[in-house]
Ligand binder design. Structure first.
Ligand code: PGA
Length: 252
């Protein structure tokens, strides 16, 4: 059985006070379920604080991106090894904001994915189409290209043994527009079929999360879909109450 995951992507938000308050509220929540993994993704400078506040709890943490390089003279970059040293178990790669604002190509994202795997981190590979691409009927073409960049790596499908995919339609991120459960399920199913063409067991076991304006009011119907294994939450993850309500929707 593949795990269910509810992950909070804080993006470029927060302050020490904010992080302390939010994580203290998560620490105080006592009904984390063994079957449903909760993860938070704070900005880099708050990772150590996150480690000290969450150590020994059921909530895991990770970073929002990483360098494709192992170490050395890459000013401003953060390696997989440094993330592990900060207690990270997970890392987001290829979030659409990284692709859009920092021009990360699918090949660069695949290199980051590989760097994460080589260090033993679990990458969450984010994929998704823009509104124009959807309207042009190119949704699957775009998403498959983003996933195939990883499948083309020497280890290919094997890398997905301990990895996660997050389908986040760009038009649904931060816009209040959510894919309908049917729209999301249909893409998730297609992603699983693509993986299954390479290895059906790995495809069955790979969690595929949905992201894009998930809220307490729409989480349950999304998470009920057969191929939706939880969510990657942006805005609503900044409020402990909403994040926990979404988590509870995944526990049913
Ligand atoms: P949102 O962001 O929930 O605010 O739409 C999701 C994401 O970008 O991961």
């Amino acid at each position: 059985m593949r795990p269910t995951i509810v992950a909070g992507n804080w993006k470029m938000n927060g302050s020490q006070d904010f992080v302390r308050e939010l994580l203290t509220q998560l620490r105080e929540y006592s009904r984390w379920d063994e079957q449903v993994e909760a993860i938070v993704f704070p900005p880099f400078p708050y990772l150590l604080m996150t480690e000290s506040l969450l150590n020994g709890t059921s909530v895991a943490w990770g970073a929002q991106t990483l360098s494709e390089f192992a170490n050395g003279a890459y000013t401003g970059e953060v390696s997989a090894e440094i993330l592990q040293d900060c207690g990270c178990e997970y890392v987001l790669v290829g979030h659409s904001e990284r692709r859009q604002w920092f021009h990360e190509s699918s090949a660069a994202v695949a290199a980051k994915f590989e760097a994460a795997k080589q260090a033993g981190l679990i990458p969450i590979l984010c994929v998704g189409e823009t509104r124009e691409q959807r309207e042009a009927g190119k949704t699957l073409e775009v998403i498959f290209e983003q996933i195939q960049a990883v499948l083309k790596l020497p280890n290919g499908i094997q890398w997905f043994q301990q990895a996660v995919i997050a389908y986040e339609p760009v038009w649904a991120i931060g816009t209040g527009l959510t894919a309908t459960p049917e729209q999301a399920q249909s893409v998730h199913r297609s992603i699983r079929q693509l993986l299954a063409e390479h290895d059906s067991k790995i495809a069955e076991n790979c969690p595929i999360l949905y992201g894009g304006s998930v809220k307490p009011s729409n989480a349950a119907e999304l998470f009920q879909q057969a191929d939706i294994d939880g969510g990657l939450i942006g805005g609503a993850a900044l409020k402990a109450e909403d994040f926990i309500a979404i988590y509870q929707a995944a526990c049913r």
